[in-house]
Structures are given as C-alpha cells and as structure tokens.
Design a protein around this ligand. Structure first.
Ligand SMILES: *Cc1c(COP(=O)(O)O)cnc(C)c1O
Length: 455
C-alpha cells in the first residue's frame, strides 16, 4: 500500500548520507508506484474511499492523505528524506524557510513565552523576534555571544520556552557550539532549536550534537538550484514536551485531536505522547491554520536537488576555501570572514575559540557562504557589485550559481542598526555564496571587479 502512513515513523534505516539523500523516504517498488523518480501528486484532495474510513481519517485514528493543506504524498517523501538526513524522527515541510522559523518558534513559545537567541541571525528571523512576535505575546531575550555559557544561563528565566540559534551564522559564518548550548537548555527543561540552513545536513547534523528541533530554508543548499522556495521543521523525537506549566498549549484539551466531542478531549501530549506532541501540533495547528504549505511541485524540485547535495557541497566548500584564501591576499580586503579556514592552512592567523568548534564539529566545512570587508566606502561596494560578471547580484544563497550581495542594504536591511553593528554587518561588508563555476573563473571575476572598483 503506498503512503498509508504520514511521517510519524523513523524515516528509514540510517544509511550513509549520500545514499540516503537519493533513496530515503521513497522506494519505487515498496511504495507500489514503480516510478523511479518520486512523482508529483498534483491533487488538492484524496479519495476517502468509504464513510467508515473517512471517519477514521478525520478523527486521526487512521493516518492517510485527505487534503493537501495538511499532507501530500510528494511533500511527505521530502519530509521523510530530510528527517532521515538530519537524524530526526518526524518532519513537517512548509512553504518557506521563514514559515519554518516562525512555526518552530511560536510552536514552542506561543501564549506568553520567551525565547533566548543571539542577534547574528538571518535578517528576517531577528526582525520577527525583535519586532513582530511580541505582538503575539512571544518575546526574545537576545544575547551578544551565544557561545558564552554564563550569558546564556543568565538570559534563561522561568518563562523561557526555547533557545534558538543558527549552526553557522549568516553572513559572519561564526559557528555555534551546539553541544554546549543543548546541555544548557536541557538543564533548564527547555529545547534547543537550530536553524541549519547554511551548512545543510551534508556538513552538520545538529540532532547528533544534542539539538531537539532543526529548521531549514530548503530554498538554499537543499534545493541547490535557486528554483523553489521552501522550508522544513525536523523533530529529534527526544524532547519531552509534557511539562504543562512550561508548555500549556501542548497539554490543553483540543477537539481536533479527540476521537469525538462526547468523550473527554485529548491534548496533543495525551493523543501523540510527550515526544511527538510538538511536531504533530505544528502540522495540525500551524500548517493547517496558517496554510503555509509546500507545493508538491516545489517538493519535487527539492527532492531532485537533494540527490546532488553531497557532491555539490563538497565542491562548493573547496571553491569557497580557495576564494577566501585569495581574499586574504587582497590588499583592499580589510577582513575576510570564513570560519571554514580553520580547516585549511592559514598564514599569520591567531587561533580563536571558533576555530576549535569548527575543527571538532565541522570537519567537512562550514558551508558555501563567506563575507568580507573592503577598504573605502559604499561607492567601492557599488562598483564591485556592478563590476562582477560571473557572480549574480541577488539576495539568495546555496545556488549552483555564485552570488554576491551587500547585506546592510539588502538581506539585513530590516535589522536594527545596533544588532547589525554588533554582528559586523557594515556598509562595506560583501557576502558571497559560492556555486559550482570554476573557482579560477570566480577569482578572476572578483579580481577584475576589484580592479574596476579601485581604478
Ligand atoms: C534564507 C534563510 C531563511 C529564510 O528562508 P526563506 O526560504 O527565504 O523563507 C532562514 N534562515 C536562514 C539562515 C536563511 O538563510
């Protein structure tokens, strides 16, 4: 029987990453379709077959597909595959990375909770937490250095519901010590949620280091070709959400998870257990209500993208390292930010605590973005942006095309100037996302753009 179950089960036997990226979550024969490539199920609704089954499906006694705002078979394959690649037990795919970040954070802190996070986050995430989520009663205590245990401990209070960080920050590429942060969060009975967009699971799997929930913008490296927007929330299945004082919304009785209005109502915790309550509720309340679903077509594009994630990432990390090394030798570059250089030879560089985290947790690289400061002012930045020919000027990362952007004006425009300054997002900072073009061509392109800019 094809697809009779949603993503509640562990997704597949753990295989090597490159193999799982091609096979996890779908079997042409076992799923009864014989189609080698996961098909696009372009159907809004699914036949309930009989009155009895319709009743079982809508009461949640039986799992299956009924309506694509809640679940869709193509999207389900993507969810299973990414859950397998991240080492999670369950995943919910959504319409964008920001939907994933918003649902994951509100799903933990809704109804008056607080979050602890650094300020060196994706621009829209930090803006949402600083100025939008408070309208929904969710407030954030920002810390300066997420790798400083004392500062994080001090920020956690009785209302704190989760700690949130990016595994590798964008655009500074600073690494987060996920293991230490998870230990701190768990000592306080709260989960660690990690945005793993920049390294992708090819380079880093936060759940293996103690994280409870992982979010991605699948628009980026996972899709890899810049042709579909999407996001995903992956659950480790390890965090116990049954503390009704800390997470009252997960223990409150709700008709939507109850077999009938007449019997005593269940809560997400009583219906799905303490470990699955949170991710189940994200699908049933957030995706079903706010409706930020991933389309089956975009899920298909991302499944195809995932097939080459491993080999793409390896090549892009090699090229990003070569570009970073070239930037270090450029007299007009006053600072190059690529924490992955800790893995390469670096001349005249004093070791930092970040180097130790990178060497221990990111042995295959930190990702394909890097940033650098140029000497001069905004006019120089403009001339470099206008001068590149191989790099494309866009607010995106993780594409096979190499891309360039000035974060202060574009991707971090909405970030408060204080947060921007604290994270080195100055007017003369340029971010690169390295794709699959020849590294020699990328360096030659930057070189001619610099010549043009400083002529
Ligand atoms: C792009 C990005 C997001 C948002 O993803 P969208 O798919 O653009 O909504 C969130 N976090 C990080 C780290 C990102 O790079």
């Amino acid at each position: 029987m094809p697809f009779t179950e949603l993503s509640a089960e562990p997704c597949c036997r753990r295989r090597d990453f490159a193999t799982a990226a091609i096979h996890a979550g779908y079997s042409p024969v076992d799923d009864g379709l014989d189609a080698v490539v996961p098909p696009i199920f372009a159907s809004a609704a699914f036949d309930l077959e009989t009155a009895a089954r319709g009743d079982r499906l809508s009461s949640g006694i039986e799992e299956g597909f009924a309506y694509s705002r809640v679940a869709n078979p193509t999207v389900d394959i993507l969810e299973r595959r990414i859950a397998a690649l991240e080492g999670g037990t369950n995943a919910v795919a959504v319409g964008s990375g920001m939907a994933a970040v918003s649902f994951a954070l509100l799903g933990a802190a809704e109804g008056g909770g607080r979050l602890v996070a650094p300020t060196n986050l994706y621009g829209a995430s930090v803006d949402a937490m600083a100025s939008f989520f408070p309208h929904f009663g969710v407030r954030t205590d920002f810390v300066k250095n997420i790798n400083d245990p004392a500062e994080v401990e001090a920020a956690i209070g009785p209302d704190t519901r989760a700690v949130f960080a990016e595994s590798i920050a964008n655009p500074s590429t600073e690494p987060t010590d996920v293991r230490r942060l998870a230990d701190i969060a768990h000592r306080h009975g709260i989960p660690l949620i990690v945005d793993n967009t920049v390294p992708t699971p090819a380079l880093f799997r936060p759940i293996e280091h103690g994280a409870d929930v992982v979010v991605h913008s699948t628009t980026k490296g996972i899709c890899g070709h810049g042709n579909a927007v999407g996001g995903v929330i992956v659950d480790s299945g390890r965090f116990d959400w049954s503390d009704a004082a800390r997470f009252p919304h997960l223990s409150e009785p709700e008709l939507v998870v109850s077999p009938s209005p007449e019997q005593p109502w269940d809560s997400f915790v009583s219906a799905h257990g303490p470990h699955d309550a949170y991710i189940r509720r994200i699908r049933t309340k957030y995706v079903r209500t706010f409706g930020a679903v991933l389309s089956p077509f975009n899920a298909y594009l991302q499944l195809v993208g995932l097939e080459t994630l491993d080999v793409r990432t390896r090549q892009e990390v090699r090229s990003a390292t070569a570009v970073a090394q070239w930037l270090l030798t450029n007299p007009h570059v006053t600072q190059a930010n690529y924490s992955g250089l800790a893995l390469a030879e670096r001349v005249g560089h004093a070791a930092t605590p970040a180097d130790d985290i990178v060497r221990r947790d990111f042995p295959d690289g930190v990702g394909t973005i890097l940033s650098f400061e140029v000497e001069g002012g905004r006019d120089v930045v403009d001339r470099i942006l206008d001068g590149v020919e191989v790099f494309t000027y866009v607010p995106n990362i993780g594409d096979v095309r190499s891309m360039i952007v000035d974060p202060a004006r574009i991707t971090h425009r909405e970030v408060h100037p204080d947060h921007r300054a604290a994270n080195g997002v100055t007017d003369t900072l340029i971010r690169l996302s390295i794709g699959l073009e020849s590294p020699a061509d990328l360096i030659a392109d930057l070189s001619q753009a610099f010549e043009h800019a400083y002529r």
